[in-house]
Ligand binder design. Structure first.
Ligand code: B4P
Length: 193
């Protein structure tokens, strides 16, 4: 089983690249953002609580997202590997993920971190907000709050996996195809080891 974390700030291209990577490698895509948006669309109690938090650009509590990931892992016992997109976002989530994978005798193979400047992130997200219908993409103040939340709580995830030599930093600016190709070459290197 080969498991990948696609890592980077909001708007760095995680969702965009995930779609291409799962098609290329046959991995199961687990996006906590997508799982939360589906709870919101279904107006579940969890979704109603999450929407208030997400609309402020803040992170949803660790136990909520860890619970969602735990169920998703249980529901996919035959997956060839998982692509984690937007998860883990805190050290506590990283530790929880490692424990869940250990129960399956598995681990994270590589953390691919996409680096993009703040101005480019804001531009991309405002642009997506014009068509996506996502309330957290339409307001620049909320977008900047998400980036601040990332800098304060999520960058530490790279340090956590860095201690196990699992992090590779890549340029997240350029065309979608260029970035996809550099992600694939890093995955291929690690998969063949
Ligand atoms: P997510 O759904 O994870 O979304 P995101 O970080 O905003 O965006 P992503 O990185 O996937 O977008 P992409 O670059 O592909 O999170 C939303 C919210 O959910 C969080 O703020 C938080 O509240 C909550 N949440 C989710 N997971 C959580 C967790 N684990 N713990 C706690 N809370 C959690 O796309 C951006 C735009 O850029 C697109 O329009 C795309 O077309 C464009 N783009 C992509 N690549 C490009 C390129 N190379 N050039 C130009 N544009 C590009």
């Amino acid at each position: 089983m080969f498991n990948i974390i696609l890592f980077g700030p909001p708007g760095s291209g995680k969702g965009t690249q995930s779609e291409k990577l799962i098609a290329a490698y046959g991995l199961k895509h687990l996006s906590t953002g997508d799982l939360l948006r589906s709870e919101i669309a279904n107006k579940t109690p969890l979704g109603i609580e999450a929407k208030t938090i997400m609309d402020k650009g803040q992170l949803v509590p660790d136990e909520v997202v860890v619970g969602m990931i735990s169920s998703a892992l249980e529901n996919n016992p035959h997956a060839k590997g998982f692509l984690f997109d937007g998860f883990p976002r805190t050290t506590a989530q990283s530790e929880a993920l490692d424990k869940l994978l250990k129960l399956k005798n598995a681990e994270i193979g590589v953390v691919l971190a996409m680096d993009v400047s703040e101005e480019e992130l804001v531009k991309r997200l405002l642009n997506r907000g014009l068509t996506s219908g996502r309330s957290d993409d339409t307001n620049e103040e909320v977008i900047r709050a998400r980036i601040k939340e990332y800098q304060e709580k999520t960058t530490v995830v790279a340090n956590y996996y860095g201690q196990f030599n699992k992090v590779v930093h890549l340029k997240g600016e350029g065309t979608v195809e260029e970035i996809f190709s550099s992600l694939c070459s890093e995955i291929d290197k690690r998969m063949s080891n």
